[in-house]
Design a protein around this ligand. Structure first.
Ligand code: AMP
Ligand code: ZN
Ligand code: FE
Ligand code: FE
Length: 289
């Protein structure tokens, strides 16, 4: 039976393909999920749904349930806040327009960072483009890959800790809507918004509780608690918040292929939480194995 809970678990609700800054094509990512024993996977590329169709094809082929989604870039003051959206209508005009705007801003911003880096390092915009697939969402990970390729740093992580760090001297902030507008956009498109890794180091209590109240009023549905970058103290706080506001708690790998050490299925979401998300969504449906 489609959606039979016995076949859904384990559930990994946050992954990236080469449509953004992961290293595997969407179909390959779904095949990797199969091999890793993950039975339900959400594809959540940054600010793009371009991988949905290929991921769906592979999901049918190999018998994995696919939850189509996205990780929307938002900004709260100087803080970058990621909002996961699940099962929204990918043709919703406002969401399509806003994600196109963010992707364009990401490109302009990456070009600005590369121009700054090029003063001190042998690096061109073409080097960065060579690390992306056509039409993909450009991000600092692609600049990192180009820097690795040129031998300026050893790894993506090394690049993030040095040259690409906000205080590294070459950083440029990214235009993005507020988290509140992000949540509203996803809801208006029939989707289910979940705050991504809200308790990472240095991002503890990413949003103050009065602002969280407003996000919940606007339709925020869950908090991603089981994520390798959330601190233990932060997780305890998230659990309290979820209790107080009636939010679901999710877990995921935030897999980026070879771009990060995160492994598929290293953190998972309870089937009951997934079912609540599916029941709440009106924009699109999972592709059931
Ligand atoms: P951007 O959205 O362009 O500012 O870049 C942020 C992205 O880089 C996030 O999606 C992270 O997954 C990725 N990222 C952040 N830190 C690291 C790191 N240390 N190693 C690899 N990827 C990272
Ligand atoms: Zn990423
Ligand atoms: Fe994120
Ligand atoms: Fe992510």
């Amino acid at each position: 039976m489609p959606g039979d809970p016995r076949f859904l678990s384990p559930v990994d609700l946050h992954t990236h393909s080469s449509v953004s800054d992961g290293t595997e094509a969407p179909a390959d990512l779904v095949r990797s999920a199969r091999r890793a024993g993950v039975n339900t996977v959400a594809l959540t590329d940054h600010d793009s749904t371009a991988g949905w169709a290929d991921a769906a094809g592979a999901a049918r082929e190999v018998g994995v349930t696919l939850v189509p989604g996205m990780e929307l870039s938002t900004r709260y003051g100087w803080k970058s806040v990621h909002v996961l959206g699940y099962l929204f209508d990918p043709d919703d005009q406002q969401l399509v327009a806003e994600t196109a705007r963010i992707r364009q801003a990401r490109r302009t911003r990456a070009e600005a960072m590369v121009a700054r880096l090029a003063v001190d390092y042998d690096l061109t915009w073409e080097d960065v483009l060579a690390q992306t697939t056509p039409g993909s969402t450009v991000g600092r990970p692609h600049i990192a890959d180009a820097l690795v390729r040129r031998g300026h740093v050893d790894s993506r992580s090394d690049a993030f800790e040095t040259l690409l760090h906000p205080r590294g001297g070459y950083y440029e902030p990214l235009y993005a809507p507020t988290p509140l507008d992000g949540v509203r956009l996803i809801r208006a498109a029939g989707g289910v918004p979940v705050l991504a890794h809200p308790a990472t180091r240095g991002r503890d209590r990413v949003v103050q509780e009065d602002y969280l109240d407003r996000l919940v009023d606007a339709g925020l549905f869950g908090l991603e608690i089981d994520h390798r970058e959330n601190t233990e103290d932060g997780k305890a706080y998230l659990r309290e918040l979820a209790d107080r506001h009636g939010l679901v708690l999710t877990g995921s790998s935030d897999y980026h292929g070879e771009g990060k050490p995160n492994r598929l299925g290293e953190n998972t979401t309870p089937v009951e939480a997934l079912q609540r998300i599916i029941e709440h969504a009106t924009g699109s449906e999972p592709v059931y194995a």
